[in-house]
Ligand binder design. Structure first.
Ligand SMILES: Nc1nc2c(ncn2[C@@H]2O[C@H](COP(=O)(O)OP(=O)(O)OP(=O)(O)O)[C@@H](O)[C@H]2O)c(=O)[nH]1
Ligand SMILES: [Mg+2]
Length: 305
Protein backbone atom coordinates (compact mmCIF):
# COMPACT_ATOMS: atom_id res chain seq x y z
CA UNK A 1 0.00 0.00 0.00
CA UNK A 2 1.03 3.61 -0.68
CA UNK A 3 3.94 2.29 -2.76
CA UNK A 4 5.15 5.41 -4.55
CA UNK A 5 4.57 7.80 -1.69
CA UNK A 6 6.68 5.65 0.59
CA UNK A 7 9.59 6.05 -1.79
CA UNK A 8 9.12 9.81 -2.15
CA UNK A 9 9.26 10.22 1.62
CA UNK A 10 12.31 8.01 1.96
CA UNK A 11 14.18 9.89 -0.77
CA UNK A 12 13.49 13.13 1.03
CA UNK A 13 14.81 11.78 4.31
CA UNK A 14 18.00 10.66 2.59
CA UNK A 15 18.58 14.07 1.02
CA UNK A 16 17.96 16.11 4.11
CA UNK A 17 19.88 13.96 6.53
CA UNK A 18 23.23 14.78 5.00
CA UNK A 19 22.54 18.53 5.09
CA UNK A 20 21.35 18.57 8.68
CA UNK A 21 24.61 17.04 9.92
CA UNK A 22 26.77 20.04 9.25
CA UNK A 23 24.70 23.09 10.09
CA UNK A 24 21.42 24.42 11.32
CA UNK A 25 18.95 24.03 8.50
CA UNK A 26 17.58 27.17 6.95
CA UNK A 27 14.88 27.55 4.35
CA UNK A 28 17.41 27.63 1.48
CA UNK A 29 18.85 24.26 2.47
CA UNK A 30 15.59 22.45 2.17
CA UNK A 31 13.73 24.52 -0.42
CA UNK A 32 15.06 22.51 -3.33
CA UNK A 33 14.20 19.16 -1.79
CA UNK A 34 10.79 20.37 -0.65
CA UNK A 35 9.95 21.50 -4.18
CA UNK A 36 11.18 18.21 -5.51
CA UNK A 37 9.11 16.26 -3.03
CA UNK A 38 6.05 18.38 -3.75
CA UNK A 39 6.24 17.53 -7.45
CA UNK A 40 6.78 13.87 -6.74
CA UNK A 41 3.82 13.73 -4.38
CA UNK A 42 1.60 15.33 -7.00
CA UNK A 43 2.97 12.90 -9.58
CA UNK A 44 1.99 10.10 -7.21
CA UNK A 45 -1.57 11.50 -7.37
CA UNK A 46 -1.63 13.24 -4.02
CA UNK A 47 -4.08 16.12 -4.28
CA UNK A 48 -2.40 19.49 -4.72
CA UNK A 49 -3.59 21.08 -1.45
CA UNK A 50 -2.72 18.00 0.54
CA UNK A 51 0.79 17.87 -0.90
CA UNK A 52 1.11 21.55 -0.02
CA UNK A 53 -0.06 20.88 3.51
CA UNK A 54 2.43 18.09 3.97
CA UNK A 55 5.31 20.23 2.72
CA UNK A 56 4.36 23.21 4.88
CA UNK A 57 4.24 21.01 7.96
CA UNK A 58 7.62 19.51 7.16
CA UNK A 59 9.25 22.88 6.51
CA UNK A 60 7.96 24.24 9.78
CA UNK A 61 9.51 21.35 11.64
CA UNK A 62 12.80 21.14 9.79
CA UNK A 63 13.85 24.78 9.57
CA UNK A 64 16.13 25.57 12.48
CA UNK A 65 16.90 21.96 13.11
CA UNK A 66 20.44 20.97 13.94
CA UNK A 67 21.57 17.49 14.71
CA UNK A 68 24.55 16.84 16.95
CA UNK A 69 27.32 14.62 15.74
CA UNK A 70 26.63 11.10 16.82
CA UNK A 71 22.89 11.60 16.63
CA UNK A 72 20.96 9.77 14.01
CA UNK A 73 20.05 12.49 11.50
CA UNK A 74 17.81 10.24 9.44
CA UNK A 75 15.78 9.47 12.53
CA UNK A 76 15.22 13.18 13.31
CA UNK A 77 14.25 14.04 9.77
CA UNK A 78 11.94 11.07 9.47
CA UNK A 79 10.28 11.96 12.77
CA UNK A 80 9.59 15.49 11.55
CA UNK A 81 7.98 14.17 8.41
CA UNK A 82 5.96 11.64 10.38
CA UNK A 83 4.76 14.35 12.75
CA UNK A 84 3.70 16.51 9.85
CA UNK A 85 1.68 13.75 8.21
CA UNK A 86 0.34 12.56 11.57
CA UNK A 87 -0.99 16.08 12.13
CA UNK A 88 -2.94 15.86 8.91
CA UNK A 89 -4.19 12.30 9.45
CA UNK A 90 -5.24 12.86 13.05
CA UNK A 91 -7.78 15.43 11.88
CA UNK A 92 -9.71 12.53 10.35
CA UNK A 93 -11.80 10.77 12.93
CA UNK A 94 -12.32 7.06 12.96
CA UNK A 95 -15.71 5.50 13.56
CA UNK A 96 -15.64 2.46 15.82
CA UNK A 97 -18.46 0.44 14.31
CA UNK A 98 -18.53 -2.53 16.73
CA UNK A 99 -18.56 -0.15 19.71
CA UNK A 100 -21.30 1.95 18.21
CA UNK A 101 -23.39 -1.15 17.51
CA UNK A 102 -22.95 -2.22 21.13
CA UNK A 103 -24.10 1.22 22.31
CA UNK A 104 -27.23 0.87 20.18
CA UNK A 105 -27.86 -2.62 21.53
CA UNK A 106 -27.81 -1.33 25.09
CA UNK A 107 -31.05 0.43 24.15
CA UNK A 108 -32.68 -1.58 21.39
CA UNK A 109 -32.20 -4.53 19.08
CA UNK A 110 -31.50 -5.17 16.29
CA UNK A 111 -29.09 -2.44 15.30
CA UNK A 112 -29.85 -1.27 11.77
CA UNK A 113 -27.01 -0.46 9.38
CA UNK A 114 -27.65 0.65 5.82
CA UNK A 115 -24.85 0.43 3.25
CA UNK A 116 -25.09 2.72 0.27
CA UNK A 117 -22.95 3.86 -2.62
CA UNK A 118 -22.67 4.04 -6.40
CA UNK A 119 -22.34 0.98 -8.65
CA UNK A 120 -19.40 -1.28 -8.15
CA UNK A 121 -17.69 0.51 -5.26
CA UNK A 122 -17.69 -2.67 -3.20
CA UNK A 123 -20.85 -2.47 -1.07
CA UNK A 124 -21.78 -6.15 -1.18
CA UNK A 125 -18.25 -7.44 -0.60
CA UNK A 126 -17.79 -4.96 2.23
CA UNK A 127 -21.02 -6.04 3.94
CA UNK A 128 -19.69 -9.59 4.07
CA UNK A 129 -16.40 -8.32 5.49
CA UNK A 130 -18.18 -6.25 8.14
CA UNK A 131 -20.51 -9.14 9.03
CA UNK A 132 -17.45 -11.35 9.42
CA UNK A 133 -15.86 -8.80 11.74
CA UNK A 134 -18.97 -8.25 13.84
CA UNK A 135 -19.38 -11.98 14.27
CA UNK A 136 -15.83 -12.17 15.56
CA UNK A 137 -16.85 -9.47 18.09
CA UNK A 138 -19.49 -11.82 19.45
CA UNK A 139 -22.42 -10.10 17.74
CA UNK A 140 -25.11 -11.93 15.75
CA UNK A 141 -25.32 -10.24 12.35
CA UNK A 142 -27.66 -10.99 9.47
CA UNK A 143 -27.35 -9.54 5.97
CA UNK A 144 -30.39 -8.26 4.11
CA UNK A 145 -30.45 -7.85 0.34
CA UNK A 146 -32.52 -4.75 -0.31
CA UNK A 147 -31.08 -4.62 -3.83
CA UNK A 148 -34.08 -5.94 -5.72
CA UNK A 149 -33.06 -4.00 -8.79
CA UNK A 150 -29.93 -5.39 -10.39
CA UNK A 151 -29.94 -8.93 -11.78
CA UNK A 152 -27.76 -11.19 -9.69
CA UNK A 153 -27.56 -8.87 -6.68
CA UNK A 154 -29.53 -11.20 -4.41
CA UNK A 155 -27.44 -14.25 -5.29
CA UNK A 156 -24.21 -12.29 -4.84
CA UNK A 157 -24.97 -11.29 -1.28
CA UNK A 158 -26.31 -14.75 -0.49
CA UNK A 159 -23.09 -16.33 -1.69
CA UNK A 160 -20.92 -13.95 0.34
CA UNK A 161 -23.11 -14.59 3.39
CA UNK A 162 -22.69 -18.34 3.02
CA UNK A 163 -18.92 -18.00 2.80
CA UNK A 164 -18.71 -16.06 6.06
CA UNK A 165 -21.43 -18.23 7.66
CA UNK A 166 -23.82 -15.37 8.29
CA UNK A 167 -27.57 -15.74 7.66
CA UNK A 168 -29.10 -14.07 4.62
CA UNK A 169 -32.50 -12.49 4.09
CA UNK A 170 -33.60 -11.59 0.58
CA UNK A 171 -36.56 -10.43 -1.44
CA UNK A 172 -38.08 -10.82 -4.88
CA UNK A 173 -36.61 -8.88 -7.78
CA UNK A 174 -38.73 -5.89 -8.59
CA UNK A 175 -40.24 -5.71 -5.10
CA UNK A 176 -40.01 -2.62 -2.93
CA UNK A 177 -36.53 -2.48 -1.35
CA UNK A 178 -37.83 -0.63 1.71
CA UNK A 179 -40.36 -3.43 2.33
CA UNK A 180 -37.67 -6.10 1.95
CA UNK A 181 -35.49 -4.26 4.46
CA UNK A 182 -38.34 -4.01 6.97
CA UNK A 183 -39.24 -7.68 6.57
CA UNK A 184 -35.59 -8.55 7.12
CA UNK A 185 -35.47 -6.50 10.31
CA UNK A 186 -38.63 -8.20 11.60
CA UNK A 187 -37.14 -11.58 10.74
CA UNK A 188 -33.97 -10.66 12.64
CA UNK A 189 -35.96 -9.59 15.68
CA UNK A 190 -37.91 -12.85 15.77
CA UNK A 191 -34.86 -15.02 15.27
CA UNK A 192 -32.43 -13.44 17.69
CA UNK A 193 -30.09 -11.64 15.28
CA UNK A 194 -28.96 -8.36 16.74
CA UNK A 195 -27.28 -6.54 13.83
CA UNK A 196 -28.93 -6.08 10.44
CA UNK A 197 -26.63 -5.17 7.56
CA UNK A 198 -28.75 -3.87 4.73
CA UNK A 199 -27.38 -3.91 1.18
CA UNK A 200 -28.87 -1.40 -1.25
CA UNK A 201 -28.73 -1.16 -5.02
CA UNK A 202 -25.78 0.67 -6.50
CA UNK A 203 -26.92 3.96 -7.93
CA UNK A 204 -25.37 6.88 -9.66
CA UNK A 205 -25.33 9.83 -7.31
CA UNK A 206 -26.88 11.87 -10.09
CA UNK A 207 -29.82 9.48 -10.67
CA UNK A 208 -32.74 11.29 -9.07
CA UNK A 209 -35.20 8.36 -9.14
CA UNK A 210 -32.80 5.97 -7.47
CA UNK A 211 -31.77 8.58 -4.94
CA UNK A 212 -35.45 9.06 -4.09
CA UNK A 213 -35.82 5.31 -3.70
CA UNK A 214 -32.88 5.29 -1.29
CA UNK A 215 -34.46 8.16 0.61
CA UNK A 216 -37.55 6.03 1.05
CA UNK A 217 -35.50 3.08 2.35
CA UNK A 218 -33.89 5.39 4.89
CA UNK A 219 -37.18 6.96 5.91
CA UNK A 220 -38.82 3.58 6.45
CA UNK A 221 -35.90 1.72 8.03
CA UNK A 222 -34.68 4.59 10.24
CA UNK A 223 -31.17 3.13 10.38
CA UNK A 224 -28.92 3.74 13.36
CA UNK A 225 -25.96 4.07 11.01
CA UNK A 226 -25.84 5.16 7.38
CA UNK A 227 -22.59 3.97 5.85
CA UNK A 228 -21.39 5.27 2.54
CA UNK A 229 -19.04 2.97 0.67
CA UNK A 230 -16.55 4.82 -1.54
CA UNK A 231 -14.00 3.42 -3.96
CA UNK A 232 -10.69 5.04 -3.03
CA UNK A 233 -9.49 4.72 -6.62
CA UNK A 234 -12.07 7.21 -7.84
CA UNK A 235 -10.37 10.12 -6.08
CA UNK A 236 -12.19 13.39 -6.49
CA UNK A 237 -15.32 11.69 -7.75
CA UNK A 238 -15.56 9.84 -4.43
CA UNK A 239 -15.67 13.19 -2.67
CA UNK A 240 -18.37 14.36 -5.09
CA UNK A 241 -20.40 11.20 -4.35
CA UNK A 242 -20.07 11.87 -0.63
CA UNK A 243 -21.42 15.37 -1.13
CA UNK A 244 -24.47 14.11 -3.01
CA UNK A 245 -25.31 11.33 -0.57
CA UNK A 246 -24.81 13.71 2.33
CA UNK A 247 -27.25 16.20 0.81
CA UNK A 248 -29.73 13.51 -0.09
CA UNK A 249 -29.89 11.17 2.92
CA UNK A 250 -27.03 12.08 5.26
CA UNK A 251 -23.92 10.01 5.90
CA UNK A 252 -22.76 8.90 9.36
CA UNK A 253 -19.51 7.23 8.38
CA UNK A 254 -17.55 6.22 5.33
CA UNK A 255 -15.87 2.99 4.27
CA UNK A 256 -13.11 3.36 1.69
CA UNK A 257 -12.56 0.30 -0.46
CA UNK A 258 -9.73 -0.76 -2.77
CA UNK A 259 -7.06 1.18 -0.89
CA UNK A 260 -4.78 -1.75 -1.74
CA UNK A 261 -5.39 -1.32 -5.45
CA UNK A 262 -3.99 2.20 -5.70
CA UNK A 263 -0.47 1.58 -6.97
CA UNK A 264 0.86 5.05 -6.21
CA UNK A 265 -1.11 5.51 -3.01
CA UNK A 266 -1.72 9.20 -3.61
CA UNK A 267 -5.35 8.91 -4.67
CA UNK A 268 -6.23 6.81 -1.65
CA UNK A 269 -4.34 9.10 0.71
CA UNK A 270 -6.08 12.14 -0.75
CA UNK A 271 -9.52 10.59 -0.34
CA UNK A 272 -8.71 9.61 3.25
CA UNK A 273 -7.67 13.17 4.04
CA UNK A 274 -10.44 14.71 1.94
CA UNK A 275 -13.58 12.96 3.20
CA UNK A 276 -14.04 14.99 6.36
CA UNK A 277 -16.38 12.28 7.70
CA UNK A 278 -15.52 9.64 10.27
CA UNK A 279 -13.98 6.63 8.55
CA UNK A 280 -15.21 3.24 9.75
CA UNK A 281 -12.98 0.98 7.69
CA UNK A 282 -10.55 0.78 4.83
CA UNK A 283 -10.96 -2.09 2.38
CA UNK A 284 -7.49 -3.42 1.67
CA UNK A 285 -8.03 -6.52 -0.45
CA UNK A 286 -10.42 -9.12 -1.75
CA UNK A 287 -10.40 -11.50 1.21
CA UNK A 288 -12.95 -11.20 4.01
CA UNK A 289 -10.21 -10.35 6.50
CA UNK A 290 -9.06 -7.45 4.33
CA UNK A 291 -10.84 -4.77 6.26
CA UNK A 292 -8.86 -2.39 8.42
CA UNK A 293 -10.00 0.05 11.09
CA UNK A 294 -8.96 3.57 10.20
CA UNK A 295 -6.10 4.34 12.51
CA UNK A 296 -3.67 7.19 11.71
CA UNK A 297 -0.78 5.37 13.38
CA UNK A 298 -1.27 2.31 11.16
CA UNK A 299 -1.29 4.47 8.03
CA UNK A 300 1.87 6.19 9.25
CA UNK A 301 3.55 2.88 9.92
CA UNK A 302 2.64 1.71 6.43
CA UNK A 303 3.99 4.91 4.91
CA UNK A 304 7.32 4.58 6.67
CA UNK A 305 7.73 0.83 6.61
N1 LIG B 1 -8.80 -4.91 -4.39
C1 LIG B 1 -9.97 -4.73 -3.77
N2 LIG B 1 -11.10 -5.05 -4.41
C2 LIG B 1 -12.27 -4.85 -3.77
C3 LIG B 1 -12.33 -4.31 -2.46
N3 LIG B 1 -13.63 -4.22 -2.11
C4 LIG B 1 -14.35 -4.69 -3.14
N4 LIG B 1 -13.56 -5.07 -4.16
C5 LIG B 1 -13.94 -5.61 -5.48
O1 LIG B 1 -14.79 -4.68 -6.15
C6 LIG B 1 -15.68 -5.36 -7.02
C7 LIG B 1 -17.10 -4.86 -6.82
O2 LIG B 1 -17.53 -5.26 -5.56
P1 LIG B 1 -19.09 -5.39 -5.16
O3 LIG B 1 -19.10 -5.72 -3.72
O4 LIG B 1 -19.81 -6.28 -6.07
O5 LIG B 1 -19.58 -3.90 -5.39
P2 LIG B 1 -21.05 -3.30 -5.22
O6 LIG B 1 -20.89 -1.91 -4.75
O7 LIG B 1 -21.87 -4.20 -4.38
O8 LIG B 1 -21.56 -3.32 -6.74
P3 LIG B 1 -23.08 -3.10 -7.25
O9 LIG B 1 -23.94 -4.01 -6.42
O10 LIG B 1 -23.02 -3.50 -8.67
O11 LIG B 1 -23.38 -1.67 -7.08
C8 LIG B 1 -15.49 -6.85 -6.72
O12 LIG B 1 -14.70 -7.41 -7.71
C9 LIG B 1 -14.79 -6.86 -5.37
O13 LIG B 1 -13.99 -8.00 -5.17
C10 LIG B 1 -11.08 -3.97 -1.81
O14 LIG B 1 -11.01 -3.47 -0.68
N5 LIG B 1 -9.94 -4.20 -2.52
MG1 LIG C 1 -23.77 -5.04 -4.74
Amino acid sequence: MFGKIKKVLQDFVNHIQSAVFYKTLDEKDIEKYCNEMFLKLVEADVAYEIAENIIEGIKRRLIGMKVRRGDDAAKYVEESIQESIAGILSAIRSFNLPNYVKLVLAKESPAKLVFMGVNGVGKTTTIAKVAYKLKAEGLRPIVIAADTFRAGAQEQLRKHAERVSVPFFGGRYGSDPAAVALDGITYAQKNGFNVTLIDTAGRMHVDIDLMNELRKVIRVVKPHIKLLVLDALTGNDALEQLKRFEESVGVDAVILTKVDADASGGVALSVIVGVGKPIAYLGVGQRYEDLMEYEPSIILKTLFK
